[in-house]
Structure formats: structure tokens, C-alpha cells
Design a binder for this molecule. Sequence first.
Ligand SMILES: [Zn+2]
Length: 103
Amino acid sequence: MKRRERTISSRAVKLHVFQPSGRKLWTVVGKDNEHWTDPDLEFCSCKNYYYKTLSNLETCYHLKTVQQAKEKNEFVSITFDDSEYNGFVKALLIDNARKLLDC
Ligand SMILES: [Zn+2]
């Protein structure tokens, strides 16, 4: 709980909006990594998601954080050009895959 509050107050939730398509991508900056989190799909790229959320044990804290940030409107919104989308997603996935495989 404390950890979650700290995350929000430090503005660690980011909404990346790609224009002109309007595609949206949420990330939560954790202590070691920036995680791709999709509250609509209930997806998160962190380790807890694969080991716990998918087994219905618990929702990872990034998903909870994004849902809370959305409700309170406490997040940073950044606009990108559509041409940056592929590179952005690729970098995010590579980064997260590396973290997953390391552990
Ligand atoms: Zn997560």
C-alpha cells in the first residue's frame, strides 16, 4: 500500500498517446524497470503478472497503480508520433524480456 502511494506521488504512471491514431499505452516506472501495463486488457509485463496474476493469485501492483491513477487522474501524459510506436513497443518489450529472463 505504501509503495503504491509513493509510486503515484512520484508521477510514475505514464500514458503515452500516439497521434494521429490515438493509440494509448500505459507504463509504470518501477524500482528496477518501466513496465508496460494495460488496464483494459489487464495485462502487465512484469514478473508478478506471469507468475501470480495469470494464476489468479493476485493482481500485480502496476495494474492496481494504473487503475488508481486513472480514477484520480494522476498520471503524466506524453504525446508521440505514430511513426515512433513500433520502436517504442520494441524497446519496451526487449527491456522487459531481458528482465524476465535474467531472474
Ligand atoms: Zn506488473
